[in-house]
Write a protein that binds this ligand. Structure first.
Ligand code: KE4
Length: 434
C-alpha cells in the first residue's frame, strides 16, 4: 500500500479552507473513493507527491502538459519573462504573436480573443454567436462539458419534459431553457431540435472528440452532418477544442476530421500550463467583439505576458518537432493495445491521437448511453490498482487519458506491464464467473 500520510494530513487541512479541499471537483478523487494525493513537484512524465511517491502521469493537468512537466525551454522562457514584470493590463506584442501562431495552425481562427480559461472562451463564443445571429437558443450534447458557465450547466429534461433543466444548483431555469440538449452521434436528435426551433438556434456547440464522458469519437460523417445542418439553418457551428486543440495535431480536430467550424474555442495546451483560453473565427463574426463591436467581453489577465510566453514557447516546440504527433499517436496505440489485450471483451478502449480512454463495459462506446453503461466501480478498482503501481490515471471513468512527448519507452513499457498486472485479479474473477 502507498504511504500517503502526508497527503491525508494536507487533505484534512485543505477541507477547512477549500470546498471539498480542492479547487476543482474532480481532483478530490471522490469518483474513485480514495484520498487525493497532494503533489509536491512534477518533471517530464512524472508527478511526485508530498510523501515522495513517484507516478507516471496520464492526466497531464487534464491536457495542457503535452510536452511533459517543466519542459526546460518553457520554464526558462517564463522565468525570463518574469524579470520584465508579471502583468501590465496593456497590449503586448506577445498577444499578437500567440494569435498569429494559432491562426497559422488553425486558419479558421482568422481573428481570436485570448482569455484565461476554457470556460471563459466557451462562454464568450456563445455570446458572440448570439450577437451575430440575433438568436438566443444554443444546442449542446449530453455528456459533453464546456466549462461551468451557467448556460452550459444544463441537462436534458426528464422524459416528459422537452425543456432542458439546470445541471447544477444555482443555475436559473430561465438560463437552462435557452440550451437545447441533443445526443452525441445521433443526427436525428439534432434534426428534431432544428425542426422544433426553426430560426431560433444561434449556435451548436460540440466537442469534436467528446472527452468528458470518457473518450467518445465522432461516428464517420457526424461532424460533417453538423456542419451541413448548421449551415442550412444559419446557425454557427462551434468546435470546443479546449481538449482537442493542438492535442490531435497542430490543426486540432478540425484538421484531423477535415470539418471547419465557424468558431473554435481553445484552452489548455495553448497556455503550456499557464492560464490561457481563446475563442476565434471569421473576421465578420469576431469583429463584433468589444471594442471593435457591441458584444462585450473583457479580462484583467487576458493575454498576460507570462501566460502568452508559455503558450508561444509550447506551440513553437510543437511546430518545430517533426513527427511529434505521430510519436504521440504510436505511444497511445501501444497503451490501447495493452488494455484491450489485458481486459478483452470486458472493456471498450477509444483512442484518437494521444487522447484515449477505457470503459468497463462490453459495449462499443459511441454515445452517452453506452458510455454510462460502464461499470464505474470496476473503473475505481482499476484506478486503485494502477496508482498503487505508480501509474496516475484520471480519477474518474468519465475523463480522458493524456499521453505526453515526455512519456518515453520506459514509461510506456512500465504502464503496459502495470495494465497487464492490474488486470489479473479481474481476470481471475472473470474466469470464476459462471
Ligand atoms: P477550463 O475552464 O477548465 O479551463 O476549461 C473548461 C473546458 C471547456 N471545454 C472542454 C471540452 C473541457 O474539457 C473543459 C475542461 N476540462 C476539464 C477536464 N475534463 C478540466 C478539469 C477540471 O475541471 O478540473
Amino acid at each position: 500500500m502507498l504511504n500517503i500520510s502526508g497527503s491525508e494530513q494536507l487533505y484534512r487541512e485543505a477541507g477547512a479552507y477549500l470546498p471539498g479541499g480542492v479547487n476543482s471537483p474532480v481532483r478530490a478523487f471522490r469518483a474513485v473513493d480514495r484520498c487525493p494525493v497532494f503533489i509536491d513537484h512534477a518533471k517530464d512524465a512524472y508527478l511526485y507527491d508530498v510523501d515522495g511517491n513517484a507516478y507516471i502521469d496520464y492526466v497531464c493537468s487534464w491536457g495542457p502538459c503535452i510536452l511533459g512537466h517543466a519542459h526546460p525551454r518553457v520554464v526558462r522562457a517564463v522565468q525570463k519573462a518574469c524579470e520584465n514584470g508579471l502583468t501590465y493590463g496593456a497590449p503586448t506584442e506577445k498577444e499578437t504573436k500567440l494569435a498569429k501562431l494559432i491562426r497559422a495552425c488553425m486558419p479558421s481562427m482568422e481573428v481570436s480573443r485570448l482569455v484565461s480559461s476554457g470556460t471563459e472562451a466557451v462562454m464568450s463564443a456563445v455570446r458572440v454567436a448570439r450577437g451575430f445571429t440575433g438568436r438566443d437558443k444554443i444546442i449542446k450534447f449530453r455528456g459533453c462539458y464546456h466549462g461551468h458557465s451557467d448556460g452550459l450547466l444544463v441537462k436534458a429534461g426528464s422524459g416528459a419534459l422537452t425543456q432542458s433543466a439546470p445541471d447544477s444548483l444555482g443555475v436559473p431555469a430561465d438560463y437552462a431553457r435557452q440550451t437545447l440538449v441533443a445526443e452525441y452521434n445521433h443526427p436525428e436528435s439534432v434534426e428534431r431540435l432544428f425542426a422544433e426551433h426553426p430560426g431560433e438556434i444561434a449556435a451548436l456547440l460540440v466537442e469534436p472528440v467528446a472527452a468528458n464522458m470518457g473518450v467518445v469519437l465522432p461516428e464517420p460523417g457526424f461532424l460533417s452532418f453538423l456542419r451541413e445542418i448548421t449551415r442550412d439553418h444559419g446557425t454557427l457551428l462551434i468546435f470546443d477544442e479546449v481538449i482537442t486543440g493542438f492535442r490531435l495535431g497542430l490543426g486540432g480536430a478540425q484538421e484531423y476530421f477535415q470539418v471547419t467550424p465557424d468558431l473554435t474555442t481553445l484552452g489548455k495546451i495553448i497556455g503550456g500550463g499557464m492560464p490561457v483560453g481563446a475563442y476565434g473565427g471569421r473576421r465578420e463574426i469576431m469583429e463584433l467583439v468589444a471594442p471593435a463591436g457591441p458584444v462585450y467581453q473583457a479580462g484583467t489577465l487576458s493575454g498576460n505576458p507570462l501566460a502568452t510566453t508559455a503558450g508561444i514557447e509550447t506551440l513553437t516546440i510543437l511546430r518545430e518537432t517533426a513527427g511529434i504527433y505521430e510519436q504521440l499517436d504510436q505511444k497511445a496505440k501501444r497503451l490501447a493495445a495493452a488494455m484491450r489485450e489485458a481486459y478483452g471483451e470486458r472493456v471498450c478502449v477509444n483512442q484518437a491521437g494521444s487522447l484515449l480512454g477505457m470503459f468497463f463495459t462490453g459495449q462499443r462506446v459511441t454515445d452517452y448511453e453506452t458510455a454510462t453503461s460502464s461499470d464505474t466501480a470496476a473503473y475505481a478498482a482499476y484506478f486503485g490498482r494502477m496508482i498503487e503501481r505508480g501509474i496516475y490515471l484520471a480519477p474518474s471513468q468519465y475523463e480522458a487519458m493524456f499521453v505526453s512527448a515526455a512519456h518515453g519507452e520506459e514509461e510506456i513499457a512500465r504502464t503496459c506491464e502495470a495494465v497487464r498486472d492490474a488486470a489479473k485479479p479481474a481476470q481471475a474473477a472473470a474466469d470464476k464467473t459462471p
